[in-house]
Design a protein around this ligand. Structure first.
Ligand code: CA
Length: 233
């Protein structure tokens, strides 16, 4: 957060100057340092030398699009990525999240909304840092360790994205407690007002595919119809 860390560096990868300049202005005002990249390849090259604290990434870019850049970044970094999409199709937003983007904003957006989303992502990161000193949660068929971020399901290590891990850890820490999608957005994304609740659905589905024996009939990550989700040990 800017108050605690005056050198929080945010990279904006966006080929439309009208957007990147406004976003940059608002982020500067909010106390962040900003770097602009007009195309995906230039950004990829710069990030291989120095990874910023957060990346605002447009999907449609010349050279290398936002999806390809996310894929290449996730090979070596868990830098938070906030994706900008001009398309309203859910499939595009889901594609971004499945590739490991932390959040997305649909164009047109208000710069204030974007700044609050950036703050929320950075708040979550700060919370994750605190979780690193928290205790592992262990059940007979599942263990979740917030310090190493290692998840073991039935003896097998499972690879989760940052948000998948956060959601699982939140649910296993409160066994049998039911959380609504808004509550999960609030706890894991740090914000609920601007995020599509289907984001939660996507993450739950991915988690089931990774930790359940039969993802279609989940034993652990259960849906409570009309209310939300719970973890059943
Ligand atoms: Ca664009």
């Amino acid at each position: 957060m800017p108050d605690e860390n005056p050198v929080t560096l945010i990279a904006i990868v966006e080929d439309e100057p009208s957007i990147s300049e406004v976003v940059s202005l608002y982020l500067n005002r909010a106390g962040y340092q900003v770097q602009l990249y007009p195309d995906g390849l230039a950004a990829q090259k710069a990030f291989s030398l120095k990874v910023p604290d957060l990346i605002i990434l447009d999907v449609m870019l010349p050279g290398m699009d936002g999806f390809a850049l996310t894929r290449s970044l996730r090979d070596h970094s868990d830098v938070p990525i906030l994706m900008l999409t001009s398309r309203r199709e859910e499939s595009d937003r889901i594609a971004g999240l499945e590739l490991g983007a932390d959040d997305y904003v649909v164009k047109p957006f208000s710069p204030q909304e974007l700044v609050s989303r950036v703050r929320a992502v950075l708040r979550r990161i700060a919370k994750d840092e605190k979780n690193k000193t928290a205790a592992p949660v262990t059940f007979p068929s599942l263990s979740v360790d917030p310090q190493t971020r290692i998840v073991v399901a039935r003896g097998q290590e499972v690879l989760l994205t940052a948000k998948e891990f956060d959601m699982l850890y939140h649910l296993v820490r409160h066994p049998r407690q039911v959380f609504s999608r808004d509550q999960l957005l609030e706890s894991i994304w740090g914000i609920s007002e601007f995020i599509d609740p289907s984001t939660v659905t996507v993450h739950i589905r991915r988690l089931r595919e990774k930790i359940e024996i039969d993802p279609a009939n989940p034993a652990h990550l259960q849906t409570v119809w009309g209310v939300g989700y719970k973890f059943e040990p």
